[in-house]
Design a protein around this ligand. Structure first.
Ligand code: 26V
Length: 809
């Protein structure tokens, strides 16, 4: 039976028939029986067919040209949904929408039931996803390598104000985007013993092995210029079912190997603030590093024959230290399999790798207890020692170098229990070490990497982060995109820096009105969504003030909440003043073991409940914590924001990328001089951003020189009143002591300088109110933000990596 035969007789074009054919023959359902997920799968499979040929063209062209390939190794890819993005990049949205309409199916509804691929924690993972899209857009041959987690980032439910973590089952209906590559499989070993023979050749006999199998997802660049591959590894046992054990009646034993393999790829570590430290995490890191490096080496030798030309044909970028064991893995393959001598292998390795650092937080810097590393990876341990010997020999030649400096450079931390330092291994094994914003790169040179920097002063460089304007402007904000296109044409879609042509429109009153109308419509849409999801009633005319990101003390959601309490207090005391109506929105996940962060979520909810229920403030202030922050929620919230909260303690946020998304969508930033905020100010102009608070240098100086938060609190009536109200249970009458310790922490140490920055922050917020009342001035600034944010496109960032680190065109 052909699809046309079961056609209901209506007029249907080729694409509609194609989707229907896929539904019937691939999904096995007819139109009447199909559920929304069946239509989604049929649509994705049909679209995927359109991609495959371009995909093959892309890889054949790279092969024929002998092009150098980029390999982006990352334990996280926070992709989100793919259908809308892929259709947009194929320029096929309208066509597919029309075809589905012929089948009485709504494309937007399908797009919104696609599960969010949340294989990442936050900024680092989302950056990797933006980079993949920009690599394809810039027509650079590239592969992303990672793990196909069965359970990605947890789903957050808020129960009685408390965060509860639930497993996210994104693969529940299968994943129609992916191709399982059974033939691309590698054996990964763990443990066992290392033997050397009389000629010096070394063999590692692992005690345990699993197989890594490739699962590929096509990544379509803008205007489908190129299709690259995101290759995620899944694990399987080489002996998935032990019949001998089964026949003995040992049913569990029969499956034990398979279970162990599946455990490797079961969960993403849901933490971005504390190094995990568990054996399973190191196993994940090695599993994916080894599979990726074996795959890269195999491809190189197959195409080019000589392993010695690897650095000419492959650039491998390490996304933080999570894949740093790759340095030792490549050394192992070069020496033990290809017979190179150590020095030659080291030179090739250094030329091949680049390393990106994403955090200076000492607690997030990975290091592994030496006994664990040695037990799991005995051959790699030997290589780490050999690399370290070479590194320290070089260090000792530096004039005036002292023992403290040598100890800081060493790959082994000898203070306390001995540990392998992954950041030092990545630094030593790479020709390029980059930070992700100018300020952060500067701090790398003077703090964590100061000694390594003195040894290799050319190695550290800056690559300021970026975001893809396809997802973060065109797709999430079609209203603004249409308005911009009408004003300046569509060149900005191919070159985001062409947005500067919008700047003169800031002076055009009619344009400002239309710009404001687009923002208003986005706020109405978000309000409607939040009413449906959580019964919230918001006034879209109010100022939407948004802080959405991982919950962490350094990001200072607490500063925002305390200021909210102070504002509430002020409105109650002076109801006669001309207050700006505000909606304060929070969203974000806390690491499951991070008690303080979870308490901050609870506090946001407690403050919201009290404030929202108080009729005496006449609806001038509304507060909400929106559950389950993820990429899709960000796509709804970012276009609706008026004010973007980027208020980390200066020196602690490596870059931030949410800051860029908001500014590109016409929100004004209130922020500290931290991370990329500094460069955002330089681009949008100091008049179009609200900067407050201590600088990174001042934070360091205060911390060094007897900062006394108690005195600061006692000197600020507004702050003291808010802190004391929270501490005494005004917002938690059911448990008046709930926030006592949290508030005492501010008096006692206040490591994140909440008290130190409070008055400046509060004053900055009142300055925001004043600007809001100057409607023209506000819209002018908002338009100038959009016009000047093109530089923060990840196309620019990837162009910089390509030229300055990878040497690819
Ligand atoms: C650490 C760990 C520790 C073990 C458990 C899993 C895990 C996962 C991630 C991390 C490191 C997270 C570092 C990170 O996300 N940094 C963010 O990177 C963004 C992109 O460069 C940047 O914009 C943010 O400022 C920075 O915090």
């Amino acid at each position: 039976m052909k699809v046309s035969d079961i056609d209901s007789g209506r007029q249907r074009g080729a694409l509609a028939l194609n989707i229907l054919d896929t539904l019937v023959h691939r999904i096995g359902k007819d139109e009447q029986a199909a559920l929304p997920h069946d239509w989604l799968a049929a649509t994705i499979l049909t679209v995927r067919n359109e991609i495959i040929e371009r995909w093959m063209v892309s890889s054949k062209a790279a092969h024929a040209a002998g092009a150098k390939r980029v390999y982006y190794l990352s334990l996280e890819f926070l992709i989100g949904r793919l259908l809308r993005d892929t259709l947009a990049n194929l320029q096929a949205s309208a066509e597919v929408k029309a075809a589905l309409a012929e089948l009485d199916v709504d494309l937007t509804a399908l797009e919104e039931i696609e599960p969010d691929a949340a294989l990442g924690n936050g900024g680092l993972g989302r950056l990797a996803a933006c980079f993949m899209e920009s690599l394809a857009t810039l027509d650079l041959p590239a592969y992303g390598y990672g793990i196909r987690y069965v359970n990605g980032m947890f789903r957050q439910r808020i129960d009685d104000g408390w965060q509860v973590e639930l497993p996210e089952t994104w693969l529940q209906y299968g994943n129609p985007w992916e191709f399982r590559r059974r033939e691309s499989a590698y054996v990964i070993g763990f443990g066992g013993e290392v033997h050397g023979d009389e000629n010096g050749a070394v063999t590692w006999k692992p005690a345990e092995i699993v197989e890594a199998m490739a699962v590929d997802t096509p990544v379509v660049g803008w205007r489908a210029r190129r299709v690259n591959t995101l290759r995620l590894w899944t694990a399987r046992s080489l002996d998935p079912f032990r019949l001998d054990a089964f026949n003995r009646g040992d049913f569990q034993g029969a499956m034990a190997d398979q279970l162990r393999a599946e455990t490797l790829v079961r969960v993403l570590y849901p933490n971005d603030s504390t190094a995990a430290g568990q054996e399973l995490r190191l196993r994940q890191e090695y599993f994916f590093s080894s599979a990726s490096i074996q795959d890269i080496v195999r491809r190189h030798v197959q195409y080019f024959g000589d392993i010695r030309t690897l650095p000419d044909r492959a650039a491998i970028q390490l996304n933080d230290t999570h894949p740093a064991v790759s340095v030792a893995e490549l050394m192992r393959l070069l020496i033990d399999q290809y017979g190179l001598d150590f020095d030659e292998a080291w030179e090739l390795t250094q030329k091949t790798f680049g390393y990106t650092n994403h955090t200076l937080l000492p607690e997030a810097l990975e290091s592994w207890p030496l006994p664990l590393f040695e037990r799991l990876l005995p051959r790699h341990m030997q290589l780490v020692y050999a690399i370290n010997a070479k590194l320290l020999r070089a260090a000792r030649k530096v004039e005036g170098i002292d023992d403290r400096s040598i100890a800081a450079i060493s790959l082994i931390d000898e203070g306390g229990e001995r540990r392998v330092r992954m950041a030092n291994l990545a630094f030593a094994g790479a020709h390029s070490v980059n930070g992700v914003a100018a300020l952060h790169t500067g701090l790398m040179k003077t703090t964590v990497f100061a000694d390594l920097h003195r040894l290799y002063p050319e190695r550290i460089n800056n690559k300021t982060n970026g975001i893809t304007p396809r997802r973060w402007l065109q797709e999430c904000n079609p209203g603004l995109t249409a308005l911009i296109t009408e004003a300046i044409g569509d060149r900005f879609m191919d070159d985001a820096e062409a947005l500067t042509a919008l700047a003169p429109f800031a002076g055009d009153a009619a344009f400002r009105e239309r710009f404001a109308a687009v923002k208003h419509a986005n706020k109405v849409a978000l309000s409607n969504y939040l009413r449906g999801e959580m019964g919230l009633r918001l006034d879209p005319a109010a100022l939407f003030d948004v802080q959405i990101k991982r919950i962490h003390e350094y990001k200072r959601q607490l500063l925002n909440i305390i200021e909210t309490v102070a504002l509430y207090d002020q409105i109650r005391s002076h109801p006669e003043r001309d207050w700006t109506p505000r909606v304060k929105l929070f969203a974000g996940k806390a690491a499951s073991s991070y008690h303080q962060a979870k308490l901050i979520i609870k506090l946001a909810g407690d403050v919201a409940r009290r404030v929202n229920a108080d009729p005496s403030i006449g609806g001038l202030l509304k507060v909400a914590f929106v559950p389950n922050y993820n990429v899709s929620l960000a796509e709804r919230m970012v276009p609706a924001a008026d004010l973007s909260e980027q208020i980390s303690t200066a020196g602690m946020e490596a870059s931030g990328t949410g800051n860029m998304k908001f500014a590109l969508n016409g929100a004004l930033t209130i922020g500290t001089l931290d991370g990329a905020n500094v460069e955002i100010r330089d681009h949008v102009g100091a008049d179009n951003i609200v900067i407050f608070g201590l600088t990174a240098d001042e934070v360091a100086a205060q911390r060094a020189g007897g900062y006394d938060p108690r005195a600061v609190i006692e000197n600020s009536a507004e702050l003291a009143q808010a802190v004391n109200a929270i501490a005494s249970g005004v917002f938690s009458p059911d448990d008046p002591n709930r926030y006592r310790d949290l508030m005492n922490g501010l008096y006692d140490h206040d490591w994140f300088m909440v008290a130190a920055d409070f008055d400046a922050y509060s004053a900055a917020q009142r300055a925001v109110d004043a600007r809001w009342n100057d409607r023209d001035g506000w819209q002018r600034s908002a338009i100038l933000n959009v016009a000047n944010m093109g530089w923060f496109s990840s196309d620019r960032t990837i162009g910089d990596y390509a030229r300055e680190i990878w040497g690819v065109k």
